[in-house]
Design a protein around this ligand. Structure first.
Ligand code: SER
Length: 583
């Protein structure tokens, strides 16, 4: 089965079950400046989930074009995609858990003929106010999933960002047949045995800015099934690049390349598709927000074409081939063919000019600083050029070619890593739909994040750098650079150190200063990419000093007991901690 057949099967199945098929909304949200792109099927439907009447009724089904760029640097591996399609069925105050679960099971086992024993599910494990979702589990059992393959997880709660419609969810996993990585291995494990294919959210609540959760006027169902992933699994393929969505472009790249580099081929194929879809929906490259995302996608693609040593004059042909291959799924690509070509070619030419201009500027600055004997400073200057010109690998190669610029290269790499972490955080914030809401709980978690950051540096070493964080009322998530799994002893030490600071009831103070002063003062953390900016530095007693926007608690004493719930790999060289504060 091809992806388009899977999509049609899905839409028709739900049509037979009384749903109206509605078209995908464009990738660029209409009238919603708070998000860059549609990142989930529910986003364009929020008003209807909140109670507004949908002209097509209370049962809808669709495919939604989505872009998620938080993991853009992971693209090239065997699974991350920036563009993907989410199939969904919607109940707007119509059916609820029972029918939703029954239909999902029927679709997977009857329509797609997935053997039932390949399916496992997870249900909401309960929290302080809501019990375990025994009801969903019961319906799964009635449908045909035995108890042993039904798992209860506390994380099974879905909300797009920080506020809005939300509820518990039940997630469906496909067993790839790989051996269990440990006796405890279950769908919550990311070893690759279990792959999430579908998420059914029972949206019956609303979370406001203060963190209050109240019942919605109607009980909704929002489901999302990842098309590329299910397509890949049904075809028994290991990566989406082997399916018909990417195979023709991958083959063409292989034919044209002079250097054999599979990651680069994947990056080119993936970013080309995303760029085409964004341009087709009206996006244009620029230096801010969604335009910058598109610019990065195109420029990253071009860099990897260069890496493969494919002549950039081949680009129009590659675009045409991709449109030809995808036109059945996205007829709009044919309509917008000339625009897509023009925009990408124009950006290619701009990028090439930038490289020439950047290189000239680079040499000029470098010679000047060399004369003055300021080797490390070159790193900073180069970094500024990188921010303006977006050509990191070229910079690195340049610095490597030049003799005696080791410290410049190190300085540049350091600044680059910090910048990466910051932009990742920035985009996480954007995708959250504005800044996280602030209440007592989230503020405490925010302060706990600083304590954790410093404790990790003390216990593991100074190489620990924050590479992302996310806070909800229930927990904090903290990503940081560290090459290996933490030992139980290290985890315990970090917990103890954080709890010790909480017990010391340290005073938290905030000062405003210039970035340079902040750096001088020994503050850790991210810095803005605009030089000369004033930043806020939060100091927690004698323990932590970090650049941050705040807000924070005034004293640490009331935060509760800090406990690390999970320590896992986030991506290569990056660990992820989930931790809670228990009062
Ligand atoms: N909103 C849920 C998700 O994005 C289900 O569609 O996973």
């Amino acid at each position: 089965m091809k992806a388009i057949e899977l999509r049609n099967k899905y839409l028709n199945f739900f049509k037979r079950h009384g749903h109206k098929i509605i078209p995908s909304a464009p990738l660029i949200p209409e009238n919603d400046p708070s998000v860059l792109f549609n990142t989930a099927g529910m986003q364009p439907l929020v008003p209807y989930l909140l109670g507004e009447k949908h002209p097509e009724g209370t049962r809808l089904t669709d495919y939604q074009k989505c872009i998620r760029t938080n993991d853009i640097d992971e693209v090239g591996d065997n699974r991350h995609l920036t563009y993907f399609e989410m199939l969904g069925n919607w109940s707007l105050g119509d059916y609820f858990k029972e029918e939703s679960i029954k239909m999902s099971y029927e679709f997977l086992t009857k329509e797609l003929e997935i053997p039932a024993e390949k399916l496992s599910v997870t249900c909401f494990g309960g929290n302080e106010t809501l019990g375990k979702d025994e009801e969903a589990a019961k319906y799964w059992q009635e449908a045909g999933i035995p108890k042993e393959r039904i798992y209860f997880l506390k994380d099974n709660w879905w909300i797009a960002g920080e506020t809005g419609p939300c509820g518990s969810d039940t997630e469906i996993f496909y067993d790839t047949g790989k051996p269990k990585c440990s006796p405890e291995c279950n769908p919550d494990c990311d070893c690759g045995k279990y792959v999430e294919i579908w998420n059914n959210v029972f949206m019956e609540f609303f979370k406001d800015e203060k963190g209050n959760i109240t019942p919605l006027e109607q009980k909704n169902v929002d489901t999302g099934l990842g098309l590329e992933r299910v397509n890949m699994l049904l075809q028994g393929k290991q990566t989406p690049y082997e399916t018909e969505i990417f195979a023709p472009i991958m083959e063409k790249l292989e034919e044209l390349q002079k250097v054999d580099e599979i990651e680069s081929r994947r990056i080119v194929a993936e970013h080309l598709r995303s760029s085409m879809m964004i341009i087709s929906d009206g996006g244009r490259p620029s230096n801010i927000d969604r335009g910058y995302v598109l610019r990065r996608l195109i420029r990253r693609m071009i860099r990897h074409l260069n890496k493969l040593q494919i002549n950039l004059e081949e680009l129009p042909k590659l675009i045409e081939l991709n449109i030809e291959n995808l036109k059945e799924m996205y007829p709009e690509l044919v309509e917008n063919k000339e625009t897509i070509k023009n925009v990408i070619i124009e950006e290619r030419d701009k990028f090439q000019k930038t490289l020439v201009h950047g290189e000239r500027e680079f040499t000029k600055q470098m010679n000047k600083l060399k004369e003055e004997g300021k080797d490390t400073l070159i790193g900073e200057i180069i970094f500024k050029l990188y921010v303006t010109f977006v050509f990191k690998p070229e910079v690195t190669v340049y610095l490597e070619r030049e003799n005696g610029l080791i410290s410049a290269k190190n300085e540049f790499e350091k600044l680059y890593k910090e910048h990466q972490a910051l932009s990742r955080q920035g985009s996480e914030q954007k995708f959250k739909g504005g800044l996280a809401d602030q209440n007592e709980k989230t503020i405490s978690y925010h302060t706990a994040t600083h304590l954790l950051h410093q404790a990790l540096k003390i216990v593991l070493g100074d190489h620990v750098k924050q590479s992302g964080s996310n806070i909800t009322e229930e927990r904090l998530r903290f990503d940081f650079t560290h090459p290996q799994k933490m030992t139980p002893e290290e985890i315990k030490k970090v917990e103890d150190l954080v709890n010790e600071q909480i017990q010391r009831d340290l005073k938290v103070t905030c000062e405003e200063m210039s970035y340079d002063e902040a750096k001088e003062s020994g503050a850790i953390g991210l810095f803005t990419n605009k030089y000369g900016d004033r930043v806020k530095v939060y100091t927690i007693g004698d323990f932590s000093k970090e650049i941050c926007g705040g807000p924070h608690v005034e004293h640490t004493g009331d935060m509760g007991t800090f406990k690390i719930k999970k320590e896992e790999s986030s991506s290569s060289g990056i660990r992820r901690i989930k931790a809670v504060l228990i009062k």
